[in-house]
Structure formats: structure tokens, C-alpha cells
Design a protein. Structure first.
Length: 146
């Protein structure tokens, strides 16, 4: 069923973590509208319709962005800053999903406007459970503005 809505933009450069994330979302029946990108530059181009994504319908914004911090080309904090500083995109919820437990990353993320900061559990079963809970909250329970 394609409603023309992008539920999740997943920005993750680790193929194993991306696959675990997709598996977790599939288990809660959320898989049909996910865009997976592997670096920060591609994420910015996608979100703002630049480069290879020029002409993309910018009205089809994701309901939530799952964003890793440690990304090639442009890091997650720069992506977060750009999205949250633009009037067209600042209301899109962003969940940092990262292995970084560094206090400076947490503090900076919240100062830049992140909606949630989740440290990836090392255990793959716990990682899957965390993603299921995050997906359920942001896509089913959360009430975003229209």
C-alpha cells in the first residue's frame, strides 16, 4: 500500500545496523515507506531536493528521521543542524540512533533540536527491541503537526 507518505528516513552507514533496523520495523509492520541513505551529504540532498534528488516532491517529508552521528562526508550533527535550522523541515522529528555515549554529543544534539537521543545497544536482540519501541512511538503514538 503506497500512500505517498515517507514514514522513515534512515541515515545509517553501517549495513548491519541498517539491516537490523529494517528487520525491527518489519516486525511491527512498518516497512513499506522507508528510505535508507548511507551518508550525511546524501541525507541533506534528499531532504532538500538537491543533487540526484532534484525534483523530488518536497511535500513528502518523512514522519521521522533516524540519524546516526558518525557518518561519511557530512556528520549527523551537521545534518541535524541543517534540518532544524530550516523553516521547511524543522518540525520533522529527528531521533539520533548512535553508538556514541559521549556527553558532548548528547548535549550538542539537544542544543541543535534533536527530539530523542538513543544509544545503540551492543546486543543485536536489544538493538532490535529498541528500534521497535522507537518506531512504534514515533509512527503510531506520536501526534505530529499537519
Amino acid at each position: 500500500m503506497n500512500t505517498g507518505v515517507l514514514d522513515i528516513l534512515l541515515v545509517e552507514d553501517n549495513p548491519f545496523d541498517a539491516e537490523l533496523t529494517l528487520r525491527a520495523l518489519k516486525e511491527i509492520k512498518i516497512l513499506n515507506h522507508i528510505q535508507v541513505l548511507t551518508d550525511g551529504e546524501e541525507a541533506i540532498n534528499y531532504i532538500f531536493g538537491l543533487g540526484e534528488y532534484e525534483g523530488r516532491d518536497l511535500n513528502l517529508s518523512p514522519k521521522v528521521i533516524f540519524l546516526d552521528l558518525k557518518l561519511p562526508k557530512i556528520d549527523g550533527l551537521e545534518v541535524l543542524k541543517k534540518v532544524k535550522s530550516d523553516e521547511r523541515t524543522k518540525s520533522i522529528p529527528i531521533v539520533i540512533v548512535t553508538s556514541s555515549q559521549e556527553e558532548k554529543d548528547v548535549v550538542k544534539s539537544y542544543k541543535l533540536g534533536v527530539n530523542s537521543y538513543v544509544v545503540k545497544p551492543v546486543d543485536s536482540n536489544k538493538f532490535i527491541e529498541a528500534i521497535r519501541e522507537i518506531g512504534f512511538y514515533w509512527l503510531i503514538l506520536n501526534q505530529p503537526p499537519n
